[in-house]
Write a new protein. Structure first.
Length: 409
């Protein structure tokens, strides 16, 4: 997930109704809502930005949306894209808070826009691209409600993360594995038959056939298509072939545990406060989660993440597993991007989020998890329903101010 700075927002109000806005595709009607802070925000929900990727448009490049007649009613939350819901821990708020909360449908390419009142002219715009590994997630979650932030950035990794992009050949192989699982033709020499079959399948069935093999692993991610991406992000960084701009990037204290409790529930049990890992289990786990790494490589990882002063310390061994996974999947890549941008002479801002929320539903030993900063960036502590303390309210205000100042300058 990331925040992207957009240079400005242009709109044209209809004189008779300030909540009807003229866009390049037609008129849009919004609604005025009141944030937990008591301030009002003009809100426009579910505005389409591309044609629905259904039927013949499924598994194709997106198509521009056609102009519409009349006034588009942008007062209700849109559909969420088809995805599986997290039921691993039952009705546990720490996991279900990320589940889609609106109807699941392929017609889900929609934008939600929040504008402060009174409306500013030529305002900086923050574009939030929600997370979920390109497999889950939705813009409709309560945590992403932009009402408070509207009154008032690469996060946890970046495009060089090992799971974030694959080449065309790997993408094709993954697609053929899905086709086989869904009962479709899967001959690599006859992809037309494969695609014809997949386009006729129920979207929910396809999602349920996806396979995830690693700790932080997602089946379908962006690819080098030769049009939007013509080289890997790693190559772009090395050759300085990227947009020259200032960036903000960062990560959290414990990036790996959120994924590990799903992958290793018997060793790292999220339902208990007493989790300890022996030296033997630490070594075995590092080898198990790196099956495609040579033994020499596995030994190097074990050496790097061992606390040689406290080799048998079961807490340090537990936390070392988190660091090994979090560094590989997120943190090292956030640092690499910051380093490469700085080398090119760009202004780079970094953060390291280390505050554990007082209302976190996860056990204390899991610390500050992947995505824990989102609550503070979107101003959730300012909503008294959630029960944050006074210090956290101030922290949230400060973070929103920092992010907003970054966007404005």
């Amino acid at each position: 997930y990331c925040l992207v700075l957009v240079n400005g927002l242009s709109y044209y109000e209809e004189a008779s109704d300030p909540l009807i806005v003229k866009t390049s595709k037609g008129l849009v009607r919004g609604i005025t809502l009141t944030a937990a802070t008591g301030k009002q925000v003009d809100t426009f929900l579910g505005i389409p930005y591309a044609k629905p990727p259904v039927r013949e448009y499924r598994f194709r490049h997106p198509k521009p949306i056609d102009r519409w007649e009349g006034v588009f009613n942008a007062t209700k939350l849109p559909n969420s894209c088809v995805q599986t819901l997290d039921e691993f821990f039952g009705d546990f708020r720490g996991s279900t808070m990320w589940n889609a909360n609106t109807k699941l449908d392929e017609d889900c390419l929609k934008l939600n826009i929040w504008v402060p009142k009174p409306r500013p002219k030529d305002a900086a715009v923050l574009l939030w691209i929600y997370g979920g590994g390109f497999a889950t997630g939705t813009s409709t979650l309560e945590i992403y409600d932009g009402k408070i932030l509207a009154q008032a950035i690469l996060q946890s990794g970046g495009p060089t993360c090992p799971w974030a992009m694959v080449d065309r050949e790997e993408a094709k192989m993954r697609g053929l594995r899905l086709a086989e699982a869904a009962g479709c033709p899967h001959d690599p020499e006859n992809l037309d038959a494969t695609m014809e079959c997949l386009r006729k399948k129920d979207a929910k069935e396809l999602v349920e056939k996806e396979v995830f093999n690693g700790v932080v692993d997602f089946m379908f991610v962006p690819i080098m298509d030769g049009a939007f991406f013509d080289e890997t992000p790693q190559q772009s960084l090395l050759t300085k072939n990227f947009k020259k701009t200032k960036i903000m990037t960062g990560c959290n204290l414990e990036e790996g545990f959120y994924f590990l409790v799903y992958y290793l529930p018997s060793l790292l049990n999220a339902s208990t406060e007493d989790v300890y890992v022996s030296r033997e289990d630490f070594v075995r786990t590092i080898r198990d989660i790196n099956p495609y790494v040579s033994k020499i490589g596995q030994d190097a990882i074990i050496f790097e993440y061992t606390d040689w002063v406290n080799v048998e310390d079961k807490i340090k061994n537990r936390d070392a597993i988190d660091k090994a996974v979090g560094d590989f999947a997120f943190s090292c890549h956030a640092i690499e991007i910051a380093y490469r941008y700085a080398l090119s002479g760009q202004d780079v801002y970094s953060y390291y989020f280390t505050h554990r929320s007082s209302v976190s539903p996860w056990p204390q030993w899991m610390g500050v998890l992947h995505a824990d900063e989102i609550n503070f960036i979107f101003g959730e502590p300012l909503d008294p329903r959630f029960g944050y303390n006074a210090a956290e309210i101030e922290l949230s205000k400060r973070m929103m101010r920092y992010w907003a100042n970054f966007a404005k300058t």
